[in-house]
Design a protein around this ligand. Structure first.
Ligand code: AMP
Ligand code: ZN
Ligand code: ZN
Length: 417
């Protein structure tokens, strides 16, 4: 009878294994088309209704749509793109801003410094989904994504393209489609694609401007072009699409600026980042961070919030990492803080709209649409935090996620299995 009990135990264990979330039997990869993760930078949650976006509306109505994808703090491009692909808050994945200083490395990370995209140490605190996939035998092609141009613990996406913002929207689609030609066996399980024009026009002209509406229409048409190309490759009904944005967009301007010089002795500080969000550190051998915070608080206007790194509100999940400025500064919606250096010259071209404010600000809400055979049809979800997207991507790919800050609620609400 011993062998019988042994057999029964294994049958029960196998059955349980199939029922545990994250331990699902892998989807039939030979049949499954790629999962295409598309970011439309700066696509505010309500652009879907505000502007003409027939393709996106159709995908949202026929698939899974979250009313508002809540970004992580700070609501900037690099931190949020890396949160979406790691499931980690920025304090945990280490890309704590578009610009930040690392006291251990003694250097500054910068979104427009090409070496920041390729130096592994900046990105190594998080495991992006293409690395999770690669570890488990699923290949990836990244057509632009912050963090995709570097090795991560010795691994890389199978194919990636160094960022070049000058490549026109449609050309990005066409090149990705060329990458997808060829036999099923050579196709990747995961692709990323990125569009920046909606963010660029939003900054320059504002969320309601006709130029921003035209950018939305341009990207909407590019997504339709992708769908048509997938149909030509026989992948239209097999591919899964996840469309996200990193943050929203809110009006601002040179008339609503708080100047750092009015609040602190600039000779004593290093400025890590300015704008809606950022911060400062005392220069070595000057004053303590607590003294600097007290100095700022003595003069601060009501539109600016001042916190020591480890005293930021808990709901922002922005503590602990030494890359976070010693003194974190956050302005209210529509307000920015800046240095007076070069100011009168900078004022006329200052952003007409921006992002970086508190993720709870309505204008910071972002986009989420899931569409394809893995997704339910016609599901409208309420607000979803973007830390949950990584687990969803892993579930669609049938890979086990690395430990992260998200949970399985989005997976359960969005997927058919
Ligand atoms: P933001 O200033 O936060 O609005 O960032 C948007 C800008 O980030 C875009 O206009 C791009 O120029 C830039 N960007 C986006 N992805 C990348 C990338 N992978 N590498 C370098 N720059 C990027
Ligand atoms: Zn962005
Ligand atoms: Zn932007």
């Amino acid at each position: 009878m011993h062998w019988l009990r042994f057999l029964v135990t294994w049958i029960v264990l196998l059955g349980l294994g199939l029922a545990i979330p994250g331990c699902n039997s892998p989807p039939d990869r030979a049949r499954m088309g790629p999962l295409i993760l598309i970011s439309i930078d700066g696509f505010r949650w309500d652009y879907l209704q505000k502007h003409e976006a027939p393709t996106l509306r159709r995908l949202a109505a026929g698939g899974v749509h979250a009313t508002r994808l809540t970004p992580s703090f700070p609501t900037k491009t690099f931190p949020n793109h890396y949160t979406i692909v790691t499931g980690l808050y920025p304090a945990h994945h280490g890309i704590v801003g578009n610009w930040f200083y690392d006291p251990d490395a003694g250097t500054t990370f910068g979104m427009s410094k090409p070496e920041s995209n390729t130096e592994e140490h900046w990105w190594a605190q998080g495991e992006p989904v293409w690395i999770t996939a690669e570890r488990q035998g699923v290949h990836s092609f990244c057509y632009f994504w912050p963090g995709s141009e570097t090795q991560n613990h010795g691994l890389r996406p199978n194919r990636f393209k160094p960022f070049d913002g000058k490549i026109p929207t449609n050309e990005r689609v066409d090149e990705l489609l060329r990458w997808l030609e060829g036999p099923d066996a050579e196709r990747p399980g995961l692709c990323t694609l990125y569009f920046d024009v909606v963010d660029t026009k939003g900054h320059k002209f504002g969320p309601d401007a006709p130029e921003t509406a035209a950018a939305v229409a341009e990207v909407d048409a590019a997504v339709q072009r992708l769908l048509d190309g997938l149909a030509r490759l026989g992948l239209r009904d097999r591919a899964n699409l996840v469309l996200v944005s990193d943050h929203g967009m809110s009006p601002c301007g040179p008339d609503r600026i708080i100047f750092l010089e009015d609040l602190m002795n600039m000779a004593q500080v290093q400025v890590d980042a300015t704008g809606p969000v950022g911060g400062v550190r005392p220069k070595p051998g000057t004053i303590t961070a607590a003294e600097l915070a007290a100095q700022i608080r003595a003069k601060v206007p009501p539109q600016l919030h001042v916190w020591l790194r480890d005293e930021t509100p808990e709901r922002l999940h922005y503590r602990g990492n030494p890359r976070i400025p010693d003194v974190v500064l956050l302005a209210d919606d529509h307000w920015n803080f800046e240095s007076r250096t070069g100011w009168p010259v900078r004022a006329p071209t200052y952003n007409r709209a921006s992002h970086g404010w508190d993720p709870a600000t309505p204008n910071m809400g972002a986009l989420f649409i899931g569409s394809g055979p893995a997704f339910r049809h016609g599901v409208e979800l309420p607000d979803v935090e973007n830390i949950h997207v990584y687990n969803l991507l892993c579930a669609v790919l049938g890979v086990q996620p690395a430990p992260n800050d998200g949970d399985q609620r989005l997976v359960r609400a969005a997927l058919r299995r």
